[in-house]
Design a protein around this ligand. Structure first.
Ligand SMILES: [Zn+2]
Length: 456
């Protein structure tokens, strides 16, 4: 009879739900966590358990990347330096002109490989195609794929929602215990309030997860509140009526019935305490993407206010087209640094708190905290382990500080499991095909030719 139980031991176990454990152990039985505690206190019958000694490592819950765009892994570095509207416009043209199903699938696979190398076990991915969902299933990753819908002209609403319904129902037939489909009305400047309302109704009627990019830029606030600015100009040029809609982007979502569908709100930079109170009352959640927000010049989100209002908040990388990396420990580090800068005090967000956002916070934001996010008996065994013996990390006092401030971006995961299935073993990705990176290297030439042709 095959042994279905595995005991992982490590110098440090970080359950997140409780304090770090020195010389700790986690016992996994049939994909679930059966023990968390001191290695010396675990009991089992000899021969009934496979043991994996991780040694000088920190073992923690798998990291939850609560906002990604796997498809855009193919555009890493290509949109460098563009302002947000040109960034969006170029992205839309390339998707339309160049990104075949094969490219979308390889981009998604490459994104998942990067996620696994960085200890990420769960992705909340917003997507224009079904490729990320297929790639997540192929790799055994956990995640939600929110299918995007666009349509700033209210006259497009009925057609857009009919197409979305068809796409979601097709994708939903492939839902598994790990991978689910959801919906994402993109953002206020690409979605009419009628389409927001219709998408929220679909999400509520069919119990679908829903995510929306919201309150990201000053330009979006200007568009929603005053019916003015570059987004308004662009829509008017397309013959679409634009008027002031609400006091803030969050108020717009509330008015359109989206908050009542308890969405995952992506970014939420341009928001005040009134907005956060509405988010908290609705039981909606937030994903904070500090590096993408910084890189696009959108500002530092008021993370302290989100947390003060008790809103379930996770961390996300956003796409590598606006971040360049999918590395959640680096995101945690940036979150701490930017909050200290914003509030003018040291350690405004501690390394321990940042690590909790990257694990438990993300799980709560996605409604998955009964299954993942902490190391607790009975939860699914979604684990990540990182080495602590790096020469640049000595002397080492606190494993959480070391992971967030010293080792982020420097080390990859040595172990990643989802429901006890080892997806990274001894630092090597187990499933899939590593030639995907070679195909993305070749794809670079097609992007370059497209750029030359479009600027000729
Ligand atoms: Zn995004």
């Amino acid at each position: 009879m095959p042994v279905s139980r595995t005991l992982y031991t490590a110098d440090w176990v970080l359950p997140i739900a409780t304090a770090p454990i020195r010389d700790g152990a986690v016992l996994v039985d049939a994909g679930r966590i059966a023990y968390v505690g001191a290695a010396s206190a675990v009991t089992y019958e000899p021969g009934s358990v496979r043991t994996v000694a991780l040694g000088h490592a920190a073992l923690l819950p798998g990291l939850v990347n609560a906002h990604s765009h796997l498809e855009l892994t193919a555009l890493r570095g290509f949109l460098e330096g563009l302002d947000f509207r040109d960034w969006l416009r170029t992205l839309t043209l390339i998707r339309r002109d160049l990104m075949t199903d094969a490219v979308l699938l390889d981009a998604s696979r490459a994104g998942i490989r990067e996620a696994l190398r960085n200890g990420i076990t769960c992705l909340a991915d917003t997507t224009d195609s079904a490729a990320p969902l297929a790639a997540m299933r192929e790799y055994g990753m956990r995640g939600i794929g929110y299918v995007e819908v666009f349509g700033p002209d209210p006259r497009q609403c009925a057609e857009a929602i009919a197409q979305l319904r068809t796409r979601v129902h097709e994708a939903r037939a492939h839902d598994t215990s790990r991978v689910r489909v959801g919906v994402s009305p993109h953002a206020p400047y690409t979605v009419s309030s009628a389409l927001f309302r219709a998408t929220a109704e679909l999400a509520r009627a069919d119990a679908l997860p829903i995510a929306v990019h919201i309150a990201e830029s000053p330009g979006e606030l200007l568009f929603v509140r005053d019916g003015a600015g570059p987004f308004a100009d662009r829509l008017r040029a397309r013959g679409i009526d634009v008027a002031p809609q609400a006091r803030s982007p969050i108020a717009l979502l509330d008015d359109a019935g989206v908050l009542a569908a308890r969405p995952l709100l992506i970014h939420v930079i341009q928001a005040d305490d009134h907005d956060f109170a509405r988010i908290a009352d609705a039981g909606a959640s937030i994903v904070h993407c500090p590096i993408s927000n910084a890189k696009l010049g959108h500002g530092i989100a008021p993370l302290d206010r989100m947390l003060a209002h008790g809103i379930a908040t996770g961390l996300g990388t956003d796409s590598v087209a606006s971040n360049d990396r999918m590395d959640l420990l680096s995101e945690a580090r940036q979150a701490t640094l930017l909050q200290s800068l914003r509030l003018g005090v040291p350690d405004a967000l501690t390394a321990h708190a940042a690590l909790a956002l990257a694990t438990r916070g993300g799980a709560e934001a996605l409604g998955l905290s009964a299954r993942i996010g902490t190391l607790e008996v009975g939860k699914d065994a979604d684990l990540a382990a990182f080495p602590l013996d790096h020469a640049d990390a000595q002397p080492l006092f606190d494993p959480a500080v070391a992971l967030v401030h010293v080792l982020a971006g420097k080390v990859g995961a040595v172990l990643v499991t989802v429901e006890g299935e080892e997806l990274v073993r001894q630092g090597t990705i187990v499933p899939g095909d590593e030639t995907v990176s070679l195909r993305l290297r070749a794809w670079r030439d097609r992007l370059q030719q497209w750029r030359e042709a479009s600027t000729a």
